[in-house]
Design a protein around this ligand. Structure first.
Ligand code: SAH
Ligand code: SF4
Length: 432
């Protein structure tokens, strides 16, 4: 979501005559788009913002803006701690950035972090000039109402706000008309899209998916991310019915222990989660499942952690993002006493990652011998004729071909090797 917000900010400033530049030293303006999901991300942001002080001294006209969740959360506190920052802009206010830049050029500091109950995401048509030309993100909603006890998102990104379906469809059509072939719909919890009527109208997420999938010329459709509690049979059915919906589902489980899930306020159990995994696999036999895990949540016992390890064996994810618990005030769990030491957290994380890596490798080896369409991303840096693309499962596939491809073209390849983070392949018979 931050990447998408960065693209929006860039486009708005380009319309004001700014150009993207390659290095900090030649910049007249710097925007630091921050994440505060874990303490470490926030510390990194602060140390980078601090390091800009030197640049501002050399170049007093430099405009420094901080965006994203750290900006939202810190507001005036950030200005007090880092007086060289000119603009502090929360996620709801990025659309006003050009105005803020004009004010900052007149030496007026801007702090735009108030959240509005009736905020709506403005209609916005992206320009197609940057990044890989064939794939794009489209935000369908902002914020989150779930209040998982460890999570800061509902405080920094605010309450759920869905975009109007007609704005989303207009954006998708505009992108596809401009040559984009793959769209990823974005939201903190896409499954609750439209629950905050009237912006979402009566359109549910599965209905929206069907409408977007029907846009002529759209070759691949993805979405991220989903809280498992809201994964409905109607969404599973989309995997049966929609040819261009990719065979990948990111389904963050966070823990394999019901006691921990309850303390996290996740509102599902391991049993109901497994029912959904089975339902998805019934709807789409080769669906690739990935997840997020937190180790060391307050009160997580050795037995709770082992339950997470058992779940790994049961689901066999293609890959997982895993994190050490990080206390994030004002998220509710910051009031729980931390019972797992940093050392234990590190040990649990290492055990988890070691086993998940083995499973990822085994899963990737299971693809050997299958023929898959790969959407080309580009020629690999390593050498002539080496191409790289992605399967519908979102796996990176590398292969050799004497042909030249444009990003977004499809090629059929046969998988010859499964590696930890990618697959190797050769051109399928008939394409050689
Ligand atoms: N909306 C998504 C998650 C978005 S945040 C969902 O409901 O699953 C991305 C991931 O960051 C989460 O899935 C979680 O694993 C991790 N995370 C969030 N808060 C955290 C915290 N306080 N400590 C460690 N990891 C955290
Ligand atoms: Fe955070 Fe939970 Fe919302 Fe995901 S669903 S963003 S983890 S509060």
């Amino acid at each position: 979501m931050n990447e998408r917000d960065s693209e929006i900010m860039l486009q708005l400033l380009e319309q004001q005559g700014y150009l993207l530049c390659a290095d900090l030293d030649s910049a007249d303006a710097v925007i630091v788009n921050t994440c505060s999901i874990r303490g470490k991300a926030e510390q990194k942001a602060y140390s980078f913002i601090g390091s800009l002080r030197r640049l501002k001294k050399k170049k007093p006209h430099l405009i420094i803006a901080v965006a994203g969740c750290v900006a939202q959360q810190e507001g005036a506190k950030m200005k007090a701690r880092m007086p060289h920052v000119d603009i502090i802009v929360g996620p709801q206010a990025i659309y006003q950035l050009p105005d803020f830049f004009r004010q900052a050029a007149d030496a007026t500091a801007v702090i735009a972090t108030s959240q509005h109950k009736d905020f709506t995401i403005p209609p916005f048509l992206p320009d197609i000039g940057h990044g890989l030309p064939h794939k794009r993100f489209v935000t369908i909603m902002q914020g989150c109402n779930n209040y998982c006890t460890y999570c800061i998102v509902p405080y920094t990104r605010g309450r759920e706000v869905s975009r109007r379906p007609e704005d989303i469809l207009a954006e998708v059509r505009h992108l596809v008309d401009g040559g984009v072939r793959e769209i990823t719909l974005l939201g903190q919890n896409v499954n609750s899209y439209g629950n905050d009527h009237p912006a979402g109208g009566q359109t549910s997420f599965p209905e929206l998916l069907r409408q977007v999938a029907a846009v002529p010329g759209l070759v691949r459709l993805r979405f991220t991310t989903s809280n498992p509690k809201d994964l409905s049979p109607a969404l599973m059915a989309c995997f049966q019915d929609l040819d261009n919906l990719c065979h990948h589902f990111h389904l963050p489980v966070q823990s394999g222990s019901n006691a921990v899930l309850k303390k996290m306020n996740r509102k599902y159990t391991v049993e109901s989660y497994m029912d959904k995994v089975r339902g998805l696999r019934r709807a789409c036999a080769d669906i690739s499942l990935t997840t997020d895990i937190i180790v060391g949540f307050p009160g997580e016992t050795e037995a709770d952690f082992l339950a997470t390890m058992d779940l790994l064996e049961e689901v066999r994810y293609d890959s997982a993002f895993s994190f050490k618990y990080s206390s994030r005030p004002p998220a509710a769990s910051c009031n729980l006493a931390e019972t797992v030491s940093e050392e234990e957290k590190a040990q649990r994380l290492a055990l988890f990652q070691k086993r998940q890596n083995e499973i990822s490798l085994e899963r990737h080896q299971e693809y050997v011998g299958t023929t898959l369409p790969v959407m080309i991303e580009g020629e690999s840096k390593t050498g002539q004729g080496q191409w790289s693309g992605r399967s519908s499962h979102n796996l990176i596939v590398n292969f050799h071909s004497p042909r030249t491809y444009r990003p977004g073209e499809l090629e059929n390849v046969t998988i010859t090797e499964g590696c930890l983070h990618s697959l190797r392949a050769e051109l399928s018979q008939g394409d050689k």
